[in-house]
Design a protein around this ligand. Structure first.
Ligand code: BGC
Length: 220
């Protein structure tokens, strides 16, 4: 069972590990992002209780996650910092839980079944949602917990410029948002020289609105 904790909603579904396809309906509930840790654990329980069976859980979480512990909380209640996330979720959901950073999870999926499949060299993946998450791969190996969404780009954090939330909250036109994303891509490219950049996140469901406005030295 896969659970993705996003800034605005928590999504849950069974996933066929052989094909990467959903093996059940997808359920979601709003994320109590700034609420106490208990509220978020309750929300996890709510989505999970919709899916029959007591499958083990892979939990994608929007923070640095090391050895099952959440170590940052950029867009969450700061009470999460230092908490044993996987153990707490396992206890609440009564099943084994493995937790990793959300962008790293997205990157592993793209590498196995998506846009980065079979790509050698350096691959950078960006999730453009409430924040900007990043996953970095070198010859198919994940460098875990990269946080380039917090890179300062001309004095302002990348995720405050070009996340999905930045577009909505700052009421940016597609042109203005794409221009911000171009600045972010340029800076990341200058520092990492990736062979491929993969863009994902809800906003990329409308590629026709912005892909033609992006320019980057790496293939997108
Ligand atoms: C967090 C990352 C997370 C990203 C996307 C950032 O604000 O620091 O850990 O991957 O948002 O959710």
């Amino acid at each position: 069972m896969g659970i993705d904790v996003g800034g605005s909603s928590i999504k849950c579904a069974l996933v066929d590990l052989d094909t990467g396809a959903f093996a059940s309906e997808r359920f979601s509930t709003p994320t109590p992002a700034q609420g106490p840790t208990d509220a978020l654990l309750n929300a996890l329980n709510t989505v999970v209780s919709n899916v029959p069976g007591d499958y083990a859980v892979g939990l994608a979480f929007p923070s640095v996650v090391r050895n099952g512990c959440a170590l940052t909380a950029a867009n969450l209640n700061k009470a999460w910092i230092g908490k044993p996330l996987a153990a707490m979720a396992g206890e609440r959901l009564h099943r084994p839980v493995i937790a990793i950073n959300d962008a790293d999870a997205a990157g592993l999926a793209e590498l196995r079944d998506g846009a980065a499949r079979g790509v050698a060299g350096t691959v950078l993946l960006l999730t453009l949602g409430t924040g900007i998450g990043t996953a970095l791969f070198v010859d198919g190996r994940l460098v875990p917990n990269t946080e380039f969404g917090h890179l300062q780009v001309a004095g302002r954090e990348a995720e405050l410029r070009a996340s999905g939330r930045a577009k909505v909250e700052q009421n940016l036109s597609w042109d203005a948002w794409a221009e911000q994303l171009n600045r972010v891509l340029e800076e990341m490219h200058a520092l990492l020289w990736p062979d491929l950049i993969v863009l994902c996140g809800g906003i990329t469901e409308e590629p026709e609105k912005f892909m033609s406005k992006l320019h980057c030295e790496a293939p997108l």
